[in-house]
Write a protein that binds this ligand. Structure first.
Ligand code: MF3
Ligand code: CO
Ligand code: CO
Length: 270
């Protein structure tokens, strides 16, 4: 049965209907709430497997489904990417130590709608460099979101992110991108976190997609480890990522994954 609503653009990007925004808000809110509840558990000594086990329980308790368990053979409800891990870190027995930074990425399905968000957490007290990296990555995402409005292009969004990160002498990862989503996890377009103004598909009201820039303190190149998932910086430099799922409105962006507790940006007061 085809559950899809709306229509496709020439670029194959789905234009959703007004009523679809409510479904995305419910899914996005649950994903963000789960990360809010995870925040106090991110302390020195906790293993990433323990964090993932708790996230798995919360998804189940909510009556939702994890989008990542069983996705292309992935077996966990979260990706947890520590320090020089860029993305797709697999939860495991390794414990966090004081000063470690970690991205936790959760995608849930609620009534068929996908909510995908990630943010940075700190175990204990981060270094000044780590803090700057997280601040710049967060603010780069928000610059990208500010460029979202009908008539702008995806190149405008990528340019806003890249210009901000590079102005702070950091680099934007090219090997992974954001994506359309809705009643599917990954759909057109590829949302690049770099680009030239005025290039790429034109944004239209009703498009749903993620913006999820990964920013490195060193060079942008990555490699995937032998587990076929874990992506790391080639130069071992620290990497950070923030991700929101958003919808394009008549005037801008509707963020589906806002943190109900206001915890999207990490605090550094440990
Ligand atoms: N949530 C990730 C994203 O932002 C995808 C994770 S796929 C997984 O698109 F299989 F690694 F979990
Ligand atoms: Co995503
Ligand atoms: Co994600």
């Amino acid at each position: 049965m085809d559950q899809h609503t709306g229509r496709l653009t020439r670029d194959g990007i789905r234009i959703h209907e007004d009523a679809d925004f409510a479904g995305m808000h419910a899914a996005g809110r649950l994903a963000a709430e789960i990360l809010d509840r995870t925040a106090p558990l991110v302390v020195p000594g906790v293993s990433t497997a323990e964090l993932d086990a708790q996230i798995t329980r919360w998804v189940e308790e909510a009556g939702a489904t994890s989008a990542t368990i069983g996705y292309k053979g992935y077996a966990h409800a979260s990706c947890i990417s520590v320090n020089h891990v860029v993305c797709h870190g697999i939860p495991g027995a390794k414990t966090l130590k004081d000063g470690d930074i970690a991205n936790i990425d959760v995608t849930v399905i609620v009534d068929g709608w996908f909510g995908d968000t990630s943010r940075m957490f700190v175990a204990g007290k981060p270094s000044i460099k780590a803090r700057n990296l997280m601040d710049v990555t967060h603010d780069a995402l928000m610059r990208g979101i500010e460029a979202v409005r009908p008539g702008n292009t995806f190149g405008d969004v990528g340019f806003a992110i890249q210009a901000y990160a590079e102005a702070h002498r950091m680099s934007v990862v090219r090997d992974f991108c954001g994506h359309g989503l809705g009643r599917v996890f990954h759909a057109p377009p590829n949302v690049l976190h770099y680009g030239r103004p005025g290039t790429g598909p034109v944004l239209e009201e009703g498009m749903f997609f993620t913006i999820e820039p990964m920013v490195n303190l060193g060079r942008p190149e990555t490699k995937v480890l032998a587990d076929d998932w874990t992506a790391v910086t080639r130069d071992k430099s620290l990497s950070a990522q923030f991700e929101h799922s958003i919808g394009v409105t008549a005037t801008g962006a509707d963020i589906f994954t806002l943190s109900p507790a206001g915890l999207f940006h990490p605090t550094y007061d440990a």
